[in-house]
Write a protein that binds this ligand. Structure first.
Ligand code: ARG
Length: 577
């Protein structure tokens, strides 16, 4: 039973308003003494020709409100406040979670619909830095969130694997490339020769010519140049894939810019045919004045296509092959204008799919008092950030384990540190609205009491240990549907059940706004409310054995909800720590 829906149905029955409008109007009151759900009566004033306050008090007196799941209904000013029966509510919600386990929150609303999530998209031969981590983590999370809601998700990595820089790399590699260094650490070596190329180029115009020629040969499919490019691409991907694997990130394909470059001519032809190309300073552009954005460049003055042309080709390809209902781009805010131009161009060309494309932007990454060993200019590598976080987490949990005389082996501690350390980084990216800049600081992200992954994972692990201890003492949680769950009606228990009940809606809202933080906030609230309960009520103490087993069921539901929620963020829990 969905309590919100039940309340909406009740109101609809009393007022003859349609269910959907009622559902939209129902609010969660800001204070406990205002009930669990509230219906504002303003909208009824006109049709009923009565003051909203009057309507509320009349409705509150209706005898149709007697229901076993409602403890009372009160009028307060223009609001009709519903107080659910705590026991019935707890039984309903906890049973639901126990029967579903970590599939709790799953729905079918996306069934039959396809969402393309394009994310990560690093550039070949360039370091994978903390900005690419932002898109990787957000996109990974959004993919899981959409999947949870029943959508078919296609994860795409639009690799930056095309462009004139590859002509430069080929020239540089032939002159200064070190095969052994490339095998050992491909990205560092490729970056080294790339930087060297730019330094040398200043005094040697022949390098520029050679790079241009090599790019041309690459474009024309000349064997040797293509082979080198392929090598750079493959080797970079090996490095990227190690990171993806470490974080549990997967893709359905790596169709990067080179893949769509082949189709760019079709875009040019189509725009020509529709008479949309105009000349501007030698280049061919699509004028977008009516959309309030600068023109979209399609062909440069030398006749070559650019980044945007390839993006246009990619959308047409995706539309044809996936018939997407949504095509989202998880890319930094600085590219907002670029996407506006691309989408507007398609719209002007009459493609309906333009309206199904969405740029999901995010802010900048900053650091507070953090030093990294291999810092290269201002670039912080994701790998360094993860390694440092894991190393610091290891020290913390090791000290903790020693203090508790725990018998965990060093290998176990290391495995836990890997998950918690990664979680700490990931959580920092998803704990607030994605457009806000994020600031990394060890003190904040590794605070076991703060708004952090370690806090969530610790709450989970400790709750698991309560369940294990209970089992040793011969107590097992009651199962789904048990009437003993009605006993979970104390203030802290009720507050905790409510936060669990909020998770499915948070998941829906996260997808609707492409904001994983809606999920992270909901999970954090579950953990907070559970800890309040844990600190105030003894779960294993007391001599009411029935209450004990009901509380253990709440523990189990909390674990399932936290595990389900953190999974959606890309964070793994651990059984002990
Ligand atoms: N490779 C680009 C970068 O690192 C991001 C690509 C974004 N995706 C796109 N379809 N343009 O900045």
């Amino acid at each position: 039973m969905d309590f919100r829906k039940a309340v909406a149905m009740k109101v609809s029955e009393l007022t003859e308003l349609d269910l959907e409008s009622v559902n939209r109007l129902i609010e969660i009151p800001p204070q406990e003494d205002m009930g669990d759900f509230a219906f504002p009566c303003f909208t009824l004033a006109k049709t009923m020709r009565k003051a909203p306050n009057m309507i509320a008090s009349d409705l509150a007196g209706s005898d149709k409100l007697a229901e076993p799941w409602l403890s009372r209904v009160e009028a307060k000013g223009p609001y009709l406040n519903f107080f659910v029966d705590r026991g019935a509510f707890a039984k309903e919600i906890v049973s639901d979670v126990l029967s579903k386990g970590t599939t709790y929150g799953q729905s079918t609303e996306g069934e039959g619909k396809t969402v393309i999530v394009e994310f990560s998209s690093p550039n070949i031969a360039k370091p994978f830095h903390v900005g690419h981590a932002f898109t990787t983590i957000l996109g990974h999370s959004l993919s899981r969130i959409y999947e949870k809601l029943g959508y078919k998700v296609v994860r795409m990595n639009h690799l930056g694997d095309y462009g004139t820089q590859f002509g430069k790399l080929i020239t540089a590699y032939r002159l200064w490339g070190d095969e052994a260094a490339l095998e050992k650490d491909p990205i560092t070596e490729l970056l080294r020769i790339y930087v060297k190329f730019h330094e040398e180029e200043k005094n040697d115009p022949e390098l520029t010519t050679s790079a241009r020629e090599n790019f041309k040969r690459l474009e024309d499919g000349c064997e040797e140049e293509v082979a080198l490019w392929q090598k750079f691409r493959d080797m970079s991907l090996v490095v990227f894939e190690q990171l993806y694997k470490r974080m549990g990130v997967t893709f359905d394909n790596y169709n990067g810019e080179s893949y769509y470059a082949k189709m760019a001519d079709q875009v040019v032809d189509m725009l020509k045919e529709k008479n949309l190309l105009v000349e501007s300073e030698g280049a061919q552009v699509v004028d977008l004045e009516e959309y309030g954005v600068p023109p979209c460049i399609i062909l440069k003055s030398d006749g070559t296509t650019i980044y945007g042309t390839r993006d246009l080709a990619a959308i047409l390809y995706r539309d044809e092959n996936y018939h997407f209902d949504k095509n989202i781009y998880v890319v930094g805010i600085p590219q907002a204008l670029h996407f506006k131009q691309v989408f507007s161009t398609l719209k002007k060309a009459g493609y309906e799919c333009a309206d199904k494309c969405e740029h999901v932007g995010f802010g900048l990454v900053k650091f507070q008092n953090m030093k990294f060993s291999t810092r290269d200019g201002n670039i912080v590598l994701l790998e360094e950030l993860l390694d440092e976080s894991v190393a610091k987490t290891y020290e913390l949990i090791k000290a903790n384990a020693e203090a508790r005389n725990s018998d965990m082996s060093d290998d176990e501690l290391k495995a836990i540190a890997e998950k918690v350390g990664l979680g700490a980084v990931i959580y920092t990216y998803v704990k607030a609205g994605r457009e806000r800049d994020i600031v990394f600081s060890w003190d904040t992200m590794l605070d076991f009491e703060g708004d952090t992954a370690p806090y969530l994972i610790y709450t989970y692990a400790r709750t698991r240990s309560i369940l294990r201890k209970a089992k040793e003492q011969g107590f097992t949680p009651v199962g789904s549907g048990s009437d003993l769950l009605n006993k979970l009606s104390g203030d802290e228990e009720f507050a905790c059940v409510k936060t669990i009940a909020d998770l499915p809606d948070a998941i829906r809202k996260a997808a609707a706004s492409n904001e994983p933080f809606m999920v992270s906030r909901a999970v954090a609230q579950i953990a907070r409310s559970f800890n309040r309960f844990y600190n105030n009520c003894s779960i294993l103490g007391g001599d009411d054995a029935e209450l004990k087993t009901a509380r253990l069921a709440l523990c189990e539901a909390v674990c399932d909800a936290i595990e389900a929620g953190t999974y959606l963020l890309g964070i793994s829990v651990v059984e002990q720590m």
